[in-house]
Design a protein around this ligand. Structure first.
Ligand SMILES: [Zn+2]
Length: 318
């Protein structure tokens, strides 16, 4: 374990729980990548961070590295403040024994899946929203990958997110605990003890389910056919800084039609929202998001693509 390197993609709620557990377990090298800053609203669930991290608006990767070094000074922590995308994902997973999913969006998960299948790196999917969580361990070309189960990511603006629906901390700890246990089994070579399922939990409804994901599918675009859609620059969700307007435009990676009424219902919990037949406008803090029917959005209040992508993932969701 001391010689192992684990990549944690996303250091929000799941990522901070994973990072702390892996650091305490003594995994020798932790590479942590996150594009966001710590905000006061994160503290309810992101147990790594403190009020002073939020006041100082520290990048999550940096704040996490500071705390982890105090938890275990004998391991190497490698923080990366960046947006994971097609141009850097293969470099980030390079030399990693396991990749753990701490992200909040499917665009990044499909990117991780494609890169890990291509380079034969094991990765552990995990997600939580509300009181529900899900996780699955992917061993490329042996178990099913995320695309074997769901060939395409859900379309933009189709599902609740932690920032619109909320999330309670206990489900985070359950999902992260299973992901960390699976990481330890992989790092110590106990393949036979992996849970081998798509594991789902709901701590409010008291449900716990294991679904058999089967094996790697021959007709899977990634592990069967060897095509890695998200790694090609042309297929990327398109983002562009709108010059002189303090705004960034994000276009979804796949065509969709947004139901404004249901998106507005979800967004009302997080800020001020208005819509007509053509567009929906949502205000939160210093940012204003204008969403069009095709899920293309203009995010005003920033000219940073990473910040805009982060807001898009949090509020529109994909
Ligand atoms: Zn597959």
């Amino acid at each position: 374990m001391r010689a192992a390197r684990v990549l944690i993609v996303g250091c929000g709620a799941l990522g901070s729980a994973q990072a702390e557990a892996l650091a305490r377990a003594g995994v020798g090298r932790l590479r942590i990548v996150d594009r966001d800053f710590v905000e006061p609203s994160n503290l309810q669930r992101q147990t790594m961070f403190t009020e002073s991290d939020a006041q100082n608006r520290l990048p999550k990767a940096v704040a996490a590295a500071n705390h982890l070094r105090e938890i275990n000074s004998e391991i190497e922590i490698e923080p990366h403040v960046s947006d994971v995308n097609h141009s850097n994902v293969e470099q980030l997973i390079d030399e990693c024994d396991v990749v753990v999913d701490g992200t909040d969006n499917f665009a990044t998960r499909y990117l991780i899946n494609d890169a890990c299948v291509k380079h034969n790196v094991r990765w552990i999917y995990g997600a939580a929203v509300g009181s529900y969580g899900v996780t699955m361990t992917v061993r490329p070309h042996q178990t099913a990958c995320l695309r074997c189960l769901f060939e395409e990511a859900p379309t933009a603006a189709s599902a609740p997110t932690c920032d619109t629906a909320g999330v309670i901390m206990p489900i985070i700890n359950i999902v992260a605990a299973v992901q960390v246990s699976e990481s330890l089994k992989l790092l110590t070579g106990h393949i036979e003890d992996l849970h081998g399922s798509l594991m789902q939990f709901d701590v409010w409804r008291n449900e716990w389910r294991k679904i058999d994901p089967g094996t790697a599918r021959e007709d899977c675009p990634a592990c069967g056919l060897g095509t890695y859609e998200t790694l090609a620059a042309v297929s990327q969700e398109d983002a562009a800084v709108l010059c002189g307007r303090d705004a960034v435009q994000i276009s979804p990676s796949r065509p969709t039609r947004v139901n404004f009424a249901s998106l507005a219902d979800r967004l009302r919990r997080a800020g001020e929202v208005k819509f007509n037949d053509y567009l929906l406008r949502f205000r939160t803090g210093n940012f204003e998001l204008t969403v069009f029917k095709d899920a293309r959005s203009i995010i005003r209040g920033t000219n940073e693509i990473a910040t805009a992508r982060s807001l898009y993932a949090k509020y529109i969701g994909n």
